[in-house]
Design a protein around this ligand. Structure first.
Ligand code: ARG
Ligand code: ZN
Length: 868
């Protein structure tokens, strides 16, 4: 059944308080919920029928105002329980039995390595007890947990611990109370044999907060970076937004089995261990950055998500878009700002633009869904963050802060909508954002066409901009967006011409077509267009190779310098592709070679930024730019450019490698920048046709001697992609070293699954039955199946179609184990219409096979059905 946003009604009943008792037993858990309900005064005469959501529950008994209810006084079906309310205010006591051990969905209460944990967003609480499981029902929670002292020495829930003590038979209890009214999706319980590290944070108003990170004993040495990140995030939110933490304790728990990245449960965040655990020898620089970003993201939700939450799930971006924007800005402040921006834009352009161009395209605030879990998307998260960022650009940092202050002043403790957020921004600044709200309702990626005119007589430069947006499912026509277009004009020396108080000017494009004229411009300038990627749009290429090379060398906007490098690379790869498709030999443009060479010797002081600029766009991204995708020639074309660049700039890349090879390991942004540059240089050098022995030796030596995982994995990945004799031996050696570390084993699987060698699919199939692999662990599924199908474009799309059959088999398998993860895996199939006839046919057949599977879950059904 499809749920529509327009059908929203205020709830007929509200909850005054809920108190839960969990009795954890060996093979089941009994849950006793005592809930005080009251008629909602805002609901009008909605009748006296109360519906409580509940799924996969065994109902033991139910009492109303202390009297047991006879079976004819309520109805239960597979979606929930309904009864006639006995008055305007009443108490229900409900006992349910659940089976955490059998829960492979990882939603509701389940066990990970023997430890109990919960995941309730979006609709998992209904798998624990009968309740009004919707985000606009806010209540204070009290939670008592009873368990065995030996296997559950630690028992946690939201809020503060208010009581604990001994019970009979080696059992004990703990009682937690969370005074902040919250929706059920923020409920959490954790119990098990866990250790913690502890630290403290003093808030700006002088309150002392206890911080704890709980992990299994074997991981206790790996939590320091997460703790440091947490303290940085707490300080940053005070400094930038004036937001202080509100409870006395803040806890993070890391578990190995988790569907997503992490979850912001009030006072008790639960994390995928991937975003907590790190030591230099086990985690890469990207892992370190990921941990810092996700720890901050979940912490920031305490205000943007928990204190002010969503009225309904269509408003998901209210908390997610805003919180992603906040974590991006935090990471930019902690590390290199332009590099952070480039990474964020890359994620948007590869994932979100792809989504926008396919059958699942939806607005940032969707109008309907079948399964809400399918809408935790790049559109809601990443495009949602861009929408917030555009408001920040239009209103300025100060104006944006005023809007945030008003938002909290108006809505603290409430469940609100995206419109409420925009209204706060508009009202606080007396700024008209009416047209801007189209970003929330219209799906699809807008396209901007640029044409320039220069009149040397009149000394006038004008920019003509046209915007349009391609049709998307259910939205054939679009109205113009309100777009901030940041630009700079460069003179012949590459200096910014002062066109405003600042070097960058933000044009506001509101019409389908507008012309902006600049006076007193003596020579034809080079425009630096859409600086810092000021709007989530595609810009039709309009600049020559010379201009792009010029921007790459001179632009004061560091983001756009890199952008120019990407555009150049894209042009060159597509030129090679055309040559290959015409059956000819591609040649590498000299001008391009000179530009790259100049870039390397340009004395760029941000090493990470140079590394970014040197990286060629991925095949998956490039595929998104093509009308008919040709995987084999695309792969060959990109490889050709990489190999040629490497071969002809061998001395430069060798020098880059040596200059950036530091003896000492540090975790500063500068050191990370050097490491990434060094490893990019190595990757180029090893791409040379039959690389010189000394380069091979260097790569092998790096694998053997490196003490940090960034360097080890970079070398290993190159080796796994090669035909070197030692390949098997080295992969085996790495396995023996790290077989007991699940997160390192994930890397081992990804490296093999993304190898471009011919036999990769066979290798992936063999690894499916390897002891480290499990279909029940989402990280493993993502690392082997996900990596092969979504990140190994050329091998997944092999013309024989074996990759397609492999993926369909896995999705059908996941349908019974974990449909939420199964639905995620469908993604590589959704763009099937963009491939040649033969491949279309084969992918379509597999989609048909999936859709005809018996007992297909709503999660998988929704995406497959929309794709067909
Ligand atoms: N709110 C979490 C976050 O972004 C994500 C949880 C999503 N869970 C899910 N089952 N869809 O931080
Ligand atoms: Zn989030």
């Amino acid at each position: 059944p499809t749920i529509y946003r327009k059908d929203y009604r205020v709830p007929p009943f509200i909850v005054e308080s809920i108190s839960l008792i969990f009795q954890l037993q060996d093979d089941h858990t009994d849950v006793f919920a005592t809930t005080r309900f009251r008629k909602n005064p805002d609901a009008g005469e909605e009748g006296d029928q109360l519906f409580l959501n509940g799924e996969d529950l065994e109902l033991l008994w139910i009492r109303c105002n202390s009297d047991e209810l006879a079976a004819n006084m309520y109805q239960v079906n597979e979606k929930g329980l309904s009864l006639t309310a006995p008055g305007d205010s009443f108490t229900l006591e409900i006992a349910t039995r659940i089976r955490p051990d059998a829960n492979t969905l990882l939603e509701g209460l389940y066990r990970s390595n023997g430890n109990y944990c919960t995941q309730c967003e979006a609709e998992g609480f209904r798998k624990i007890t009968y309740y009004i499981d919707r985000p606009d029902i806010l209540a204070p929670f009290t939670t008592r947990i009873e368990g065995n002292k030996s296997n559950c020495p630690v028992m946690l829930s939201n809020g503060n611990k208010v009581d604990e003590g001994e019970l009979e038979d080696g059992r004990h209890y703990a009682v937690w109370h969370d005074p902040f009214p919250k929706p059920s999706y923020l409920f959490a319980l954790v119990a098990g044999d866990l250790r913690y590290i502890e630290d403290f944070f003093t808030t700006k108003s002088g309150r002392n907060i206890c911080l704890r990170i709980y992990v299994e004993e074997r991981n206790i040495t790996k939590c320091d970076h997460a703790m440091l990140s947490l303290k940085k995030a707490m300080r940053w939110d005070e400094e930038v937004y004036g937001l202080e933490y509100d409870l006395d304790i803040f806890m993070i728990v890391a578990v190995d089995d988790f569907n997503m990245g992490a979850m912001e449960n009030k006072g008790l965040n639960v994390f995928n261990s991937k975003y907590v655990l790190a030591l230099p020898e086990t985690a890469t620089d990207n892992d370190y950055l990921g941990i810092e970003g996700v720890v901050a993201h979940e912490y920031f939700h305490n205000w943007t998500g928990n204190r002010v939450t969503c009225r309904d799930w269509f408003q998901l971006s209210l908390k997610e878009g805003l919180t992603v924007f906040r974590d991006q800005e935090f990471s930019a402040d902690m590390n290199s700002r332009p590099v952070q921006r480039i990474d964020d834009v890359r994620i948007l352009r590869t994932g979100q633009f792809r989504e926008d161009s396919g059958p699942m395209a939806h607005p940032v605030r969707p109008d309907s869904y079948v399964e809400i879990n399918n809408f935790y998307t790049s559109t809601v998260y990443n495009k949602g963050a861009e929408v917030i960022r555009m408001m920040h650009t239009l209103l300025g940092a100060e104006g944006f802060r005023k809007g945030m202050d008003l938002y909290f002043a108006r809505h603290d403790g409430q469940a609100v909508t995206c419109d409420d957020f925009v209204a706060s921004m508009a009202d606080a600044n007396d700024y008209d954002l009416d047209q801007f709200t189209r970003w929330y309702s219209q799906s699809g990626t807008p396209v901007i066409e640029v044409s320039e005119h220069f009149d040397s007589e009149k000394e006038e430069y004008s920019l003509n901009l046209k915007q349009s947006c391609p049709p998307t499912p259910g939205q054939p026509e679009k109205k113009p967006f309100h777009l901030p277009v940041a630009i700079g004009l460069l003179d012949q020396d590459g200096k910014d011409i002062r066109i405003t108080d600042d070097d960058t000017l933000v044009l506001e494009l509101k019409e389908a077509e507008e012309t902006f004229v600049f006076y007193g411009i003596e020579q034809k300038p080079v425009v630096s267009f859409l600086r810092n990627f000021s709007a989530p749009v595609r810009v039709k290429p309009f600049q020559s190779q010379e201009e792009l090379a010029f921007l790459m060398a001179h632009d004061s906007d560091l983001y756009n310098r890199c952008e120019a490098a990407f555009q150049l690379a894209e042009q060159v790869i597509f030129a090679a592709l055309e040559a290959l498709q015409a059956g000819g030999q591609p040649v590498l443009d000299d001008q391009y070679l000179t530009a790259v060479s100049a870039n390397i010797s340009g004395g760029q002081n941000d090493k990470a930024l140079l590394g970014q600029a040197l990286q060629l766009p991925s095949e998956t991204y490039l595929a998104g730019q093509m009308t008919v995708i040709d995987p084999d020639n695309l792969h060959a074309a990109r490889n050709f450019v990489k190999r040629e660049l490497a071969g002809r700039l061998i001395d430069k890349f060798t020098a880059l490698y040596l200059e950036n090879d530091e003896a000492e390991y540090q975790l500063t942004p500068e050191a990370m920048g050097k490491r990434s540059l060094k490893n990019i240089a190595l990757d180029y050098l090893m791409a040379i046709d039959a690389p010189p022995q000394e380069i091979i030796d260097r790569c092998l030596a790096q694998y053997e001697t490196a003490k940090n995982m960034t360097d080890v994995v970079s070398a290993l990945q190159i080796i796994a992609n090669s035909e070197l004799d030692v390949r098997e031996e080295i992969l085996g050696d790495f396995y023996e070293l790290w077989r007991n570390d699940p997160l390192v084993m994930d890397k081992w699987l990804i490296i093999q699954a993304t190898s471009k060698r011919q036999d990769t699919l066979d290798e992936v199939k063999r690894l499916m039955s390897h002891p480290v692999f499990s279909m029940k662990n989402p990280n493993k599924v993502r690392s082997l199946v996900g990596a092969f199908c979504a990140m190994n474009h050329v091998r997944f799309h092999d013309h024989k179609g074996l990759g397609y059959a492999f993926l369909a088999d896995r999705i059908i398998e996941l349908n019974t184990i974990n449909p939420q993860i199964g639905a995620r895996m469908v993604s590589p199939f959704t763009t099937w219409k963009k491939y040649d006839g033969e491949r279309q046919h084969m992918m379509r057949d597999q989609l048909e096979r999936i859709v005809n599977t018996e007992n297909l879950s709503g999660d998988i059904f929704e995406i497959v059905k929309k794709s067909l």
